[in-house]
Design a protein around this ligand. Structure first.
Ligand code: ADP
Length: 310
């Protein structure tokens, strides 16, 4: 195999191990249980998932952007001590022009050497799309064919410990061949109120230098006002709110002419006031929900028709 291409796979697609626990993913109780059974256990004990107990080695996570699909991929790898390869299909088609087919072959070959391994392909629809765009190059057609061939090989060795996880927010674009191979399609929806609360609390609690004065009632208000926010929107909201005390402190230190430590000398975590509900109210004017109602309706409809948990 071409040495350069193997090195590129390792440097650009292989991710450093990250520790992601199931509790780091808020909500999604049913999806997490399904992923556990379809992905985690078979990767850990492939010899038990044979014959009548066989499960597909490819999984599709679909849903609006920013709902935790990538996080789930990382959690699977982390829970199984698996090597995690992550690539967005659009970068595959743009960055690896002309080399896509070779690269796909190298990716699967390297992953096999690193088993147990998870290959996570974001925006998988752009690689395995049913649409034939007029400008579709011969090279991207070959890359798609190679990818489907490699996917067929996943179930080959019964004890294979290689899993493909595809993610998309356009499941309707996948062609039939891809859909057949990604037999289980799991809907990853927007977080419910309890999950939004957990995201806020987890982010604030994860940083010991952050203090807040949010009562239970305040957290309820935040959850009510954030209906329609994705997990990623929630993260941005918390970050925006958490910067408010810092912004005030910088401004007051600057207005006072700095001090002994220079302009930023007085800006320390201990000098910052706690985060309050008002910071979230202001932040919600800056950070708006990124997913439209129409998008949510579409995914729910798709889930009813094709989802594994509908
Ligand atoms: P997707 O792959 O669905 O587009 P990601 O998994 O990349 O979304 O999520 C982006 C970020 O949003 C995550 O790194 C995490 O900080 C936050 N996030 C999204 N969903 C959740 C969730 N269910 N629980 C906790 N954090 C979440």
């Amino acid at each position: 195999m071409d040495r350069d291409i193997v090195e590129r796979v390792v440097s650009e697609i292989l991710e450093a191990p990250a520790s992601v626990a199931w509790d780091d993913i808020a909500g999604l109780k049913h999806a997490k249980a399904a992923v556990q059974e379809l992905a985690v256990w078979p990767l850990m004990k492939p010899e038990l998932f044979r014959g009548a107990r066989a499960v597909p080695r490819g999984l599709l996570l679909f849903g609006p952007p920013g709902t935790g699909k990538t996080l789930i991929g990382r959690a699977v790898a982390s829970q199984c001590g698996a090597t995690f390869f992550s690539i967005s299909a659009s970068s595959l088609t743009s960055k690896w022009i002309g080399e896509g087919e070779k690269m796909v072959r190298a990716l699967f070959a390297v992953a096999r050497c690193c088993e147990p391994a998870v290959i996570f392909v974001d925006e998988i629809d752009s690689l395995l799309s049913a649409r034939k765009s007029d400008g579709e190059h011969e090279s991207s057609r070959r890359m798609k064919t190679e990818f489907l061939v490699q996917m067929d090989g996943l179930g080959g060795g019964d004890d294979g410990r290689l899993l493909l996880v595809g993610a998309t927010n356009r499941p309707q674009e996948l062609d039939d061949g891809a859909r057949r191979r990604l037999a289980k399609q799991l809907y990853i929806p927007l977080p419910c109120a309890d999950a939004r609360r957990a995201i806020v609390v987890n982010i604030l609690d994860a940083d010991a230098s952050v203090t807040h004065r949010l009562s239970d009632a305040d957290l309820n208000v935040i959850c009510e006002k954030t209906d329609g926010y994705s997990g990623s929107d929630m993260k941005h909201l918390v970050q925006e709110a958490a910067r408010a005390p810092l912004r005030e402190l910088f401004q007051s230190v600057a207005a006072g002419g700095g001090g002994a430590g220079g302009v930023t000398g007085g800006v320390t975590p201990s000098a910052m006031r706690p985060i309050r509900l008002v910071d979230f109210k202001r932040a919600s004017k800056q950070v708006r929900p990124s997913v439209t109602r129409a998008d949510i309706d579409f995914h729910e409809e798709w889930n009813r028709a094709h989802g594994a948990m509908s």
